[in-house]
Design a protein around this ligand. Structure first.
Ligand SMILES: Cc1cc2nc3c(=O)[nH]c(=O)nc-3n(C[C@H](O)[C@H](O)[C@H](O)COP(=O)(O)OP(=O)(O)OC[C@H]3O[C@@H](n4cnc5c(N)ncnc54)[C@H](O)[C@@H]3O)c2cc1C
Length: 417
């Protein structure tokens, strides 16, 4: 082990996407000078360079930026603050003692860190993970890979396309492929509601007259060398296919937009506990995981709808990591937060009783005129009304310290009408 380059550092930020950049900038502004961003790619900005459409930055800058423009603002800020960024460097392991092992072009480095921020983003679910029967021809892509090929490599993925899954990346790719001259025959969604943001349904499907088939799925892929067609079937309320509803759509390409999985293989090597619903770390209101001094933010914590919220969350993680390193972290009494009826998940998983907190959560079903209840056991602590809630949209609600000071637990649920 003597050929490992061992270095002491206050903070290692893993991943140079929007989360890692914002966290590092915030840590530096909050007093951490000895920090490093480690990024496996040879560029900064994570997934954003391939997102060339606009719509980024509305919350933070009140501007319509493209993905690369949005990323560049934080790359510039990190440069101005002289934050070291190690590109082409991949973190292989983090130990519970916060040793971070990095494969770099010059060899193996071990950072002995006081604090670590996990900001490794997420990966797309593939055909293998959803087990679509049929042959294995060319022409089946995840939507993100197709986005990368078209926007960054100038490679057109196909001419006649079916998209499985109505997540935002699939919707954006339906429009992108149409603009590039492809014929998008349908976006097929197994659920009875869409999975993407309402603005993307309007701007990417309705505006381009691309059919959306709800309660349908792809039940077989056909073709030898290249995809020739797919079979689509209707599903019942238990998501089981209904015999006799099969239809064939001729196409040469199938794009999959069937979910994202936080990249937490590394997190578990240092003992971070994961939430089985989000598949991200269990965190408190400081975004500190179950391992003291290890923080998580961005898509590695939970899959976000809008990148601006990734940035806001990551600024909090950077500030919290700085407080930890500088010894300014307060020891607080915490209570657990649970998702109740109609709620998919709530973050943070535990909160301090004596500070103002912001809860983030997603509902399970689209609902008009929804009332959300915040309970301590049977006691209703607060209600909040929304004209419309949708699973694709993250909801944020603030609780004040007066609302949380007296409670011994918190449950968030959609109230029955
Ligand atoms: C394919 C795709 C398309 C998207 N399109 C849109 C869109 O159009 N509009 C929108 O608002 N949002 C979009 N999003 C979501 C948006 O990009 C994310 O909210 C945002 O990029 C999340 O930032 P992040 O830093 O958490 O993750 P990422 O941007 O994924 O960055 C994570 C970084 O960590 C690095 N990394 C991972 N593991 C390691 C390791 N072991 N060692 C070193 N580095 C590592 C990765 O290389 C990457 O650079 C898209 C997401 C995906 C996956």
């Amino acid at each position: 082990m003597s050929n490992i380059d061992s270095r002491n550092v206050d903070l290692v930020v893993i991943g140079g996407g929007p989360a890692g950049l914002a966290a590092a900038v915030s840590a530096k502004k909050n007093g951490i000078n000895d920090l490093v961003i480690v990024e496996r790619n040879d560029w900064l900005g994570g997934i954003l360079p391939q997102c060339i459409h606009d719509g980024f930055g509305l919350e933070i800058f009140d501007e319509h930026l493209t993905g690369p423009e949005y990323a560049q603002r934080y790359i510039d800020e990190a440069k101005e603050l002289q934050i070291p960024c190690m590109l082409n460097c991949m973190v292989l392991e983090i130990t519970p003692e916060k040793q971070v092992f990095v494969a770099s072009p010059k060899g193996l480095i071990c950072f002995n860190a006081k604090a670590v921020i996990l900001s490794m983003g997420c990966r797309e679910r593939t055909r293998g993970q959803i087990c679509i029967p049929g042959t294995r021809p060319a022409g089946v892509y995840t939507a993100g890979i197709a986005q990368n090929l078209i926007n960054l490599k100038n490679v057109m993925v196909g001419k006649n396309v079916v998209i499985l899954g109505s997540g935002d990346i699939g919707l954006i790719m339906a429009r992108r492929l149409t603009l590039e001259g492809a014929n998008v025959h349908a976006v097929v969604e197994i659920l009875s509601h869409t999975n993407g943001l309402p603005r993307n349904i309007q701007q990417c499907l309705i505006d381009y007259r691309i059919p959306l088939m709800l309660s349908h799925t792809v039940t077989e892929i056909h073709g030898q060398n290249r995809v020739e067609s797919v079979t689509i079937s209707e599903v019942d309320e238990n998501l089981k296919t209904i015999k006799g509803t099969e239809k064939t759509i001729e196409c040469d390409t199938l794009l999959l937009s069937v979910g994202l999985i936080p990249e937490n293989d590394l997190s578990t090597t240092c003992g971070v506990q994961l939430n089985p619903v989000t598949r991200g770390a269990i965190v408190n209101e400081n975004l500190e995981t179950t391992v003291p001094g290890v923080f998580a933010c961005g898509n590695v914590l939970h899959v976000h709808d809008v990148v601006d919220f990734v940035t806001m969350e990551s600024e909090q993680a950077g500030k919290s990591a700085a407080e930890y390193v500088l010894g300014n972290q307060k020891q607080l009494q915490r209570i657990t937060v649970h998702a109740g009826n109609g709620v998919c998940y709530v973050l943070p998983n535990c909160i301090s009783k004596n500070s103002d907190v912001e809860l983030l959560f997603r509902v399970l079903c689209p609902t008009q005129d929804a009332s959300i209840g915040f309970f301590d056991g049977k006691k209703l602590v607060k209600t909040k009304k929304f004209r419309k809630v949708h699973p694709a949209q993250m909801i944020k609600v603030k609780l004040s310290k007066t609302e949380t000071s007296d409670i011994s637990g918190l449950r968030v649920e959609v109230l029955q009408k």
